[in-house]
Design a protein around this ligand. Structure first.
Ligand code: HEC
Length: 473
């Protein structure tokens, strides 16, 4: 029967179905595939002709040998203000062969599998956690949204959203093997193993995260000449992804490149060094990778420095490159602790002691990542990313800056000690991405086995969705 003969109500219903099948939350409830490559939205051949992103989850089953050339810079000593710049440069050098391609030649990168790995439970969208999944062209995740005003000084003219690609090196992927060893791709089952410190990362683990924004060099002069990626995502507004809109092939420009490394000599108290490179259009070099310059590194939260009470006290566990481009320094965290341009360590319009504060630096790389934890069997979210009072209100009521409670977010804990005091809480060694993947697992698991949620009074998924939303603005 020719389609013209269908009653219009059926045509409408079919159109609606199509709309839902194409939206970010297709494939819900118990049916989410933990090994989904992407969110199921694939651009047609007329829109994008290159190779699509592939999901490497062939994790090493034994601990790989690692060279760790960056450790040579320190001669067995811990990081300091003096040696941090050389250390960041050495980290960059160590990933350069692969990451120059990842950053500057997307089609070449997509065409071949390398020894860099990705996370299960992150490909498909999951409605209950507000997870939007991995986009098909370059495997990126949707990130934070910032108004143009944040970068008024550097001439940004549009609101921006960042989209991030995250990769684990072989040593870090060995931990992914330990955590996900019970998974079966065939059965679409993937429960985590977290006992006996399985979620702790081994020395030499590297995790990289590169993020691009929608603003071109015309809309934000600091992005002139930056590496360009194509991604397949629906449009966004200040509230997030616009519901019901189809994805479009869009250009983004790479502004940051994070490298985190497990190195207990460099970072004796936390075990991790968090470093960020930012794009500097005026830096010397042949291509956009050469022009990614250190913004800084942090290897501890400087718990001994109460920056709220003594703002002049210098930090000794954060290093900021004095010649980093100016645009990247307006978003540093609490007391100048390291945070990157798109991480939102500075919160706007929050309440402190009953007064509205326009800009409050309230986080840092390690402070936010230090909250990463999971409660197996219970699943409820444990520690919010920021020192804000619960439940979140609008505007947020912050914990008093500098108070003992505030300082809980700025301690130096080993990766297996959770910030939360809840019995049974498991610390995830600063891996917020693993936390997000575990919450996606938990959302699907509880949909499959509703009994698990029996006796839970409030719907904590709403809390978790609020936390995710809150972090992205
Ligand atoms: C306010 C919270 C917050 C701050 C500040 C922050 N991050 Fe993250 N980061 C996250 C979350 C949450 C994820 C998980 C991915 C996602 O949901 O986007 C993440 C992901 C990552 C990843 C991927 C692996 C992982 O462990 O999750 C790296 C690497 C990373 N961030 C590095 C950094 C560095 C370097 C800084 C500081 C320059 C930083 N982050 C600051 C919240 C934060």
């Amino acid at each position: 029967m020719p389609s013209g003969k269908y009653p219009s109500s059926i045509a409408k219903a079919a159109a609606l179905l199509l709309l839902f099948a194409g939206n970010a939350f297709a494939g819900q409830g118990a049916n989410v595939d933990p090994f989904a490559v992407n969110d199921g939205n694939i651009p047609g051949k007329t829109k994008y002709k290159g190779p699509l992103w592939r999901f490497n989850h062939d994790y090493p089953k034994t601990l790989p040998r690692s060279e760790r050339p960056w450790t040579k810079v320190l001669n067995g000593k811990a990081l300091t203000q003096e040696n941090a710049q050389a250390y960041i440069e050495a980290l960059k050098q160590a990933v350069s062969d692969d990451m120059r391609i990842m950053v500057t030649q997307p089609r070449e990168w997509n065409g071949k599998t390398r020894n860099w790995y990705s996370m299960p439970w992150a490909g498909a969208a999951v409605q209950k956690t507000d997870w939007e999944g991995r986009e098909a062209i370059y495997g990126t995740y949707t990130g934070q949204i910032q108004p143009a005003s944040v970068y008024a000084d550097s001439g940004l003219t549009v609101d921006i959203r960042n989209y991030a690609a995250i990769y684990y090196n072989d040593v870090a992927a060995y931990t992914l093997h330990k955590v996900w060893q019970k998974c079966s791709k065939k059965k679409r089952e993937c429960p985590p193993t977290l006992s006996n410190d399985a979620a702790q990362f081994e020395e030499g683990s590297l995790v990289v995260k590169a993020a691009g924004v929608n603003a071109s060099g015309k809309q934000w002069p600091v992005m002139q000449g930056a590496a360009k990626w194509q991604i397949y995502r629906p449009p966004f507004n200040s509230k997030g992804t616009i519901p019901g809109k189809r994805p479009v092939v869009s250009d983004i420009y790479v502004g940051i490149f994070d490298i985190i490394v497990k190195d207990s000599v460099a970072a004796p108290e936390t075990g991790w060094v968090f470093a960020t490179l930012v794009y500097d259009k005026d830096a010397p070099g042949q291509d956009a990778w050469d022009k990614m310059v250190p913004l800084g590194a942090m290897w501890g939260n400087d718990p001994a420095v109460n920056s709220a009470w003594y703002p002049e006290q210098p930090l000794s566990e954060t290093y900021i490159n004095p010649s980093a481009p100016a645009y990247a320094t307006v978003t540093l965290g609490y007391g100048g602790r390291l945070s990157g341009p798109f991480d939102i360590a500075v919160k706007n319009h929050v309440e402190v002691d009953g007064k509205i504060v326009d800009k409050l630096p309230s986080s840092s790389c390690l402070s936010c990542h230090g909250t990463a934890s999971f409660h197996p069997g219970v699943f409820k979210p444990l520690t919010f990313f920021y020192p804000a009072q619960m439940p979140l209100t609008s505007p947020w009521k912050m914990v008093a800056p500098g108070s003992a409670e505030w300082s809980e977010w700025f301690q130096n804990r080993p990766g297996n000690v959770p910030q939360s005091k809840e019995v049974g809480a498991i610390a995830l060694d600063y891996s917020t991405f693993l936390q997000a993947a575990l919450m996606n697992y938990a959302a699907v698991e509880t949909a499959r086995k509703p009994k698990l949620m029996k006796g839970v009074k409030d719907d904590f998924w709403e809390t978790w969705r609020n936390w995710q939303k809150a972090r992205k603005h």
